[in-house]
Design a protein around this ligand. Sequence first.
Ligand code: UDP
Length: 465
Amino acid sequence: MAKEAAPHVLLICYPGQGHINPMIRLAKRIASKGLLVTCSSSSIVRDKLAAASGVSAGGDGVLVGRGRIRFDFLDDHFDGTELDLHNFLRHLETAGRLALAGLLGRQAEAGRPVACIVGNPFLPWATDVAAEAGIPSAVLWVQSCAVFSIYYHFVHGLAEFPREDDPDARFALPGLPALSVADVPSFLLASHPYKVLGDTIQDQYRNMGKASWVFVNSFAELERDVIAALPGVRPRPPQLIPVGPLVELGGHDDDGGVAVRGDLIRAADDCVGWLDAQAPRSVVYASVGSIVMLPAEAVAEMAHGLASSSGRPFLWVVRPDTRALLPEGFLDAAAGRGMVVPWSPQDRVLAHAAVACFLTHCGWNSTLETIAAGVPVVAFPQWGDQCTDAKFLVDVLKMGVHLRAPLRREGVREAVEAVTTGPEAGAMLANARSWSAAARAAVAPGGSSDRHVQAFVDEVSRRAR
Ligand code: UDP
């Protein structure tokens, strides 16, 4: 078997959309600089990726710039039992350790030994498997540096978190704006129903100190203050290395035109043609990402709110698991003005000149994507880090407005008007555009994040020699 000439990096992630996308985008950046990159995850997503994105496992993969990307899944055999996140992660660990060791063995036998594993905070055991195999490892943190800092303070008991019975209380951490109860990742609040998430948050830091690199999907200019403050925290956290924003830049990405995508639901590409027919900066794009489930009442209010937003056209992502919650007759009534799709090619949508604003749940990927595209937001966070990301978009970057629960149709209409035609709309658009320029500069050749990726590629290549 001929030995692969290029050093081989294995990226592995939790099998969720918000983890798969940044993994593939980092893979592209690394591959474009000449390495062979294998993307991996649990076998649980293998069929969905194949059906929705044409991802096929094994083989030589596709050329991306000067390198190649391929996929290979863990043989971790899930039987389809529904588990909560905590138990799923436990199960993933038990099956994944063996399966990852097996995957490494198969790569070595195929003549492409893995020179470095880039893991994911939900899979801290990947670092152990790498160490046992004598391979260096890295971690890709897929949330913001701000959220990294907040969780780090929580895990180490370094801060007094705000109490829900005092909504006016503010809480300060170095490098962050004062946060209220509404702005803190909701998993840290006492009333959050999902207590086991505390363990999951803690686990993310379990092995991080053992990794040679801790990458973060952010960029130095965006989170300068918190990045500067972290080295002063004790115990000292690992150094965060920004490599983002890990976004697709409107079709001009590092994959040289090769579409390597990781959608778990097939994207309705026809919505781009529909956008082509709309006036510039006219459309409200709305999506709550891959996990948030809005209650039926909120879906109905959103529907009426979008339908009544000053006659604006709208493109609304309503996933297949939510479609039944749409008000009766809504799709027919909306047909002239709105388009409802089960999943969109969000990068292409946000890059489209017809889009005026993004009504978003503020997942970190969506947050970075709208920053990179320069599209102002209506921030509608539901839980977790979305609350902190929303605060950041509205009060720090000043590129949007909040839409607070409980959702009411008038609230949707007013928020859309505020961000598109209100007295502050022009300033918000200007801010969004200036952050877009900074985001693009960070990943352009020689930009701050590009240099970090290059340094990693150089070091892996040096060690593999
Ligand atoms: N996404 C997409 N099409 C959609 C909705 C979402 O491609 O219709 C992508 C979006 O671009 C982002 C990811 O799915 O990269 C969602 O990640 P995010 O962190 O925003 O939210 P999560 O789904 O993890 O809550």
